[in-house]
Design a protein around this ligand. Structure first.
Ligand code: SAM
Ligand code: SF4
Ligand code: SF4
Length: 347
């Protein structure tokens, strides 16, 4: 681990601890809150980082204090040979947490290989348990595959699987209790996520957001009183955790109405090697060009240090105060700069 003097703080005194890596911008679903358009412009294949390049960049990040890595996308399971990358990263001595966020559609075939390669934790996105609704929300008919993926992950030995549900008013907000029952029965922890106005969410509106209080009210209506747990241990974790009367835990990620930028210690890396210091940041730092020109992990670490030391992002908090808050970018702007897309920068 780097010493505190090697590990930079940003301008708001936040360290860099966590990294999300998008391993592909492609996806096999078209969730309406993430990829609602008909056409997408993909990153050129030649620009996509190789596993060796990703590993070198991760090494650079660990020199600044990163010790948790989450693989994401697009849909990360679409990246061929993902377990090979998992094995390479799991071997890094400075990483003590290696996780994956997936829609689980391709997980049945991969779960055991990922586990065996050293993947520690899984987060699975699931917004409904109804086939018709799944098709409407994702524009693909894949609920059965996703459910089979979740089962396979349990069988493969993954424990503490988290299920993420983006709550959309009028679309799945009548299903919160069923989803929580499903998670409880499977031994998983469900987290409800407020709909965010990130790049890609071109249909976002304030009215479609179900704020945390309303989410909790619906859970209480179905299960009785809930109470907050582990508040003192929350740290920089985005989810506030709650317990039902029977002890079942669940979380709420109130990123839209109660953002947590003050404790944000995470950065993002796109599949083509652009480093972003905030989910809402307009400008990234291209790490692929220096890497492909011969820079090593220590050279990249110096670039990262300079960028992190100058960081003052608090995107979600700034948007909270905006008059007439609306979508971050329209479809034309996103087509001009796919790096603004949630599916490119990894959520
Ligand atoms: N495809 C994988 C998946 O869906 O789990 C990984 C990538 S996806 C971009 C990562 C996370 O971002 C998912 O949990 C998804 O629900 C979330 N997400 C995408 N758009 C969102 C939005 N507008 N508001 C809230 N969460 C969003
Ligand atoms: Fe849905 Fe994830 Fe694909 Fe976005 S990247 S469309 S959230 S499955
Ligand atoms: Fe961190 Fe930016 Fe999200 Fe705030 S909006 S929590 S600074 S990534």
């Amino acid at each position: 681990m780097p010493t505190p003097s090697e590990s930079p703080l940003d301008r708001l005194d936040r360290p860099l601890r966590k990294l999300r890596i998008s391993v592909t911008d492609r996806c096999n679903l078209r969730c309406g809150y993430c990829m609602p358009e008909e056409e997408y412009k993909w990153l050129p294949r030649s620009a996509i980082l190789s596993f060796e390049e990703i590993t070198t960049l991760v090494d650079a990040f660990t020199r600044l204090g990163v010790h948790e890595v989450r693989l994401t996308g697009g849909e990360p399971l679409l990246r061929r040979d993902l377990p090979v990358l998992v094995r390479m990263l799991a071997a890094h001595p400075a990483l003590d947490d290696l996780a994956l966020t997936t829609n689980a559609v391709g997980l049945a075939a991969e779960a055991a290989f990922l586990r065996e390669a050293g993947l520690g934790r899984l987060t699975i996105s699931l917004d409904t348990l109804r086939s018709e609704r799944y098709r409407a929300l994702t524009r693909r008919d894949a609920l059965e595959q996703a459910l089979a993926g979740i089962e396979a992950a349990s069988r493969a030995g993954f424990e503490g699987i988290k299920l993420n549900t983006v709550v959309l008013r009028g679309e799945n907000d009548d299903e919160l209790a069923e989803l929580l029952d499903f998670a409880r029965d499977g031994g998983h922890e469900l987290r409800f996520i407020e709909y965010m106005d990130v790049g890609g969410a071109t249909r976002w509106s304030r009215e479609a957001v179900l704020p945390r209080e309303e989410i909790l009210a619906r859970i209480e209506a179905a299960f009785g009183p809930v109470h907050e747990v582990d508040a003192e241990r929350r740290g920089s974790a985005p989810a506030q955790r709650y317990a039902l009367q029977d002890g079942t835990r669940f979380g709420v990620i109130a990123s839209t109405t109660q953002p947590f930028c003050g404790a944000c210690d995470r950065a993002r890396l796109t599949a083509d090697g652009h480093f972003f210091t905030c989910l809402y940041a307009r400008e990234g730092l291209d790490l692929a060009t220096p890497l492909r020109a011969g820079a090593g992990a220590q050279d990249v670490a110096e670039l990262l240090r300079a960028r992190w030391s100058g960081r003052s992002d608090r995107g979600a908090e700034e948007r909270l105060g905006m008059e007439g808050r609306g979508r971050l970018a329209d479809a034309q702007e996103l087509a001009r700069d796919p790096h603004l897309e949630m599916h490119t920068r990894g959520g």
